[in-house]
Design a protein around this ligand. Sequence first.
Ligand SMILES: [Zn+2]
Length: 542
Amino acid sequence: MRITAYPARVVHTMNPSQPHGECLAVADGRVLGVGPLDEIRRFGQVEIDERYADKVLVPGFVEGHSHALEGYVWDHLYLGYFDKLDPDGKRWEGLKTPDAIRERLAAHIHDGPADKPLIAWGFDPVYFEGERIDKRLLDSVSSERPIIIMHASLHVMTVNSAVIRQAALADKDVEGLIRGPDGLPNGELQEIPAMHLVFDAMNFDLFSDASTVRALNRYAQAARREGITTIVDLLNPMDETAITALREATGQDDYPVRLFPALNALAWDPQQGGEQVRAAMAHNHDRLQFGIVKLVTDGAIQNFTARLLWPGYLDGPENGVWNAPPQTFHDMVQHYHQAGLQMHIHTNGDEAVGMILDALDEALALWPRADHRHTLQHVQLIRQDQLRRVARLGACLNIFANHIYYWGDIHRTRTLGFDRCQRLEPTASADRMGIPFGIHCDAPVTPLSPLFTAWCATTRQTASGVVLGEAEKISRARALEAITLGAAYTLRMDHRIGSLEPGKLADVTVLDEDPLETETPLKDIRVHATLLSGRPTSNPGT
Ligand SMILES: [Zn+2]
């Protein structure tokens, strides 16, 4: 047995029996043990690797909800409100006014092939007071070349008149196709069925277009930089093109992350979807794991498309938009549960949470299943009684901690009001009730960075510096657990990753500072390196 020992300033293991140590020993890609070097030597000849001697080792970060789109959207124009880093680490300045958006669009209006639409992303109109931005702003840039702008949430798009003409939107009647006072489409399309009118007519689909080795490599590159060793692509088309690209990318010897793609259930008939996942699972290996099914019920609060219970939105429409009739989700939950698969279910508003809890309740009554680990994703507005139901049903949560920073101010003043903002992303309540939970970024919706996500869960600060929900803060130790073992548990992988215990895969994140000791905000701690199966990683394909 070849043993490599990595002495470190400290190793935090997330193993309660042996929480900290001074040296990590690795053999055959697995953790041999954490402890004093002298004790490790009892196993035999040890090769000592001093490169992390002054660093801090923690279990590799697990990002339980992001999208491979992160590796692809940067091929298109960024129009977001906040500064953001692309996979190469280049900073793109956030745009703070509609005029700034118009200028960036105009500067790039001739980008790419002229016969293709100009595609941009990251747009967040809720930040602009006054009249909602629609096709008129885009038409002022060009009414000839089709322009398609994805909103930051990826749940809404705005298009110009050229797209409205080419997709014949004026003749269509789909929920979420928004019309102006003149009865004509105003360019805004809310949620997946409405957006598909444009995807289909213009022959593109962002999520499918991310199914290339290049995009998957750039996704992994961005993840690696932020200390991630396992990542979930939580909405994959999982058609043959996607599966081929996933197999090819993760088959590279230097692919630096374990990738978990989840089937986009809305694109499949449940019978065929279940069969597709089962067939794909035959390709599973250490760096690629199929098996999760993703359902997207409602929209996003900042788009006013999440489904809310009374009193609904503070300053917006009465309620949000379902991505399919609730009965469809009910049937899907029953089908995939009965088929023995694990579901991860997007629920933003409290009405959506309640609808899914009803469906899970019934499915579990009909087909009891121990340890199903169905996971509700985002659950931003989940109520205390709903949390108790989650605990009773044995479900898990993956909580959208980053949301407080990016949209907390908007939720207080525009969408929800003071009281409901205190309960957004209730990590402390989930913890108190013993519900297994992770926290996530939903990249490219917000930036990929588990340490930033952990900082959000511990500080609950909005972009303007206001604290929302003091009582829902969690400690640094609990946040660190949420981005490692907690997220691993929601993937049914806590026996292999998420902590540094003998026999588990030696996936490690190397930090410059000790997150449990330093005064430095978690978000500002630098990731020095990652190890996958005990080997230092590099960017794939380089
Ligand atoms: Zn998502």
